[in-house]
Ligand binder design. Structure first.
Ligand code: ZN
Length: 311
């Protein structure tokens, strides 16, 4: 392990059996997160398409679930359970970070998760990638072992994480593993998420065919990145700063329903570049052994699952 300038400890990934791994992570949440005045759930109607897509390709998935969906949409989550999925928590109600009560979101979300699965979640992702040191303490006090909230880039008015590491690291106090979302490189910090691919278009995909990419990639997407939803018309654009009005119009309201094709193209590029697919829990279990974070979790792990390759 090594310390970075930020005081974080960069985790040792040498225990990972495969050289190149990607974790596809779906944030399963209400349409457009916190953007709508009233929650809509049209995206969840497309779960059967997601299930078919991942089943056909035999690719594992990590799913960060908005906790309230365990209560309002259990049948859709049951459908996802037929896939090779690691389910983790994505708050309870997906509030705007400015209005969020993290203790409430974590506690109530964890309760809903446990009622559904009969066990506690291990990982967490905060809405809009906004998390602070007190939130990490809250997560640790509720038994969470890893987090994947940090986008080591910048979103004007929301977060500036340019000083954060772009590879997994230990949050010093408490010892939680942070899995940052992948950016193009440590210098060029363009996120790899599907919303950015949708925003930047084919030229970004062409770049991904050639550019040197990190060995471990954590990529996020949402149902509203994949499917054109009529609820996009309810995004109150007039309330938003100009920059977001034009961005959201482009990535959400101009969707042509080809999001799954874009995801397929992205996956094909990664396969051609020699990447295998894994789940965040499997990566965590290897790391926890390397850093002696929890040998019990490691003993129960199946490292062989990391060898799952794209066929
Ligand atoms: Zn979200």
């Amino acid at each position: 392990m090594a310390s970075s300038k930020t005081g974080c400890t960069i985790v040792d990934l040498s225990g990972l059996k495969m050289d190149k791994l990607v974790c596809l992570t779906l944030d399963l949440e209400q349409d457009y997160g916190e953007l709508l005045d009233e929650p809509c759930y049209e995206g969840l109607e497309h779960i059967p398409s997601i299930v078919n897509f991942f089943r056909e390709r035999g690719i594992p998935l990590t799913c960060f679930v908005q906790g309230s969906l365990f209560e309002t949409h259990p049948a859709q989550i049951e459908e996802l359970c037929t896939l090779d999925v690691d389910f983790e928590l994505h708050s309870y109600s997906h509030p705007s970070p400015k209005l969020s009560n993290t203790e409430f979101e974590v506690e109530k979300g964890k309760e809903a998760y446990k009622r559904f699965f009969g066990k506690d979640p291990v990982g967490y992702r905060a809405p809009l990638c906004v998390i602070n040191s007190k939130d990490y303490e809250t997560l640790a006090s509720h038994g969470f072992k890893f987090d994947s909230s940090i986008c080591p880039s910048m979103r004007p008015g929301v977060f500036n994480n340019f000083s954060k590491p772009a590879t997994p690291y230990l949050v010093d106090n408490p010892r939680t593993v942070e899995f940052p979302l992948t950016v193009l490189s440590n210098i060029i910090r363009i996120p790899m998420g599907l919303s950015y691919i949708n925003l930047l278009g084919k030229s970004y995909l062409r770049l991904l065919k050639l550019f040197p990419l990190p060995n471990l990639m954590i990529v996020d997407f949402h149902l509203h990145d994949l499917f054109g939803l009529s609820s996009s018309n309810r995004i109150p654009l007039r309330k938003l700063p100009f920059i977001y009005r034009s961005i959201f119009r482009r990535i959400y309201q101009a969707r042509n329903g080809k999001g799954l094709d874009t995801l397929d193209e992205f996956i094909t590029i990664l396969c051609n570049r020699g990447y295998s697919f894994s789940k965040l829990i499997d990566i965590y279990e290897v790391i926890s052994k390397e850093h002696l974070l929890g040998t019990e979790a490691y003993e129960q792990s199946e490292i062989g699952r990391l060898e799952r390759s794209c066929k």
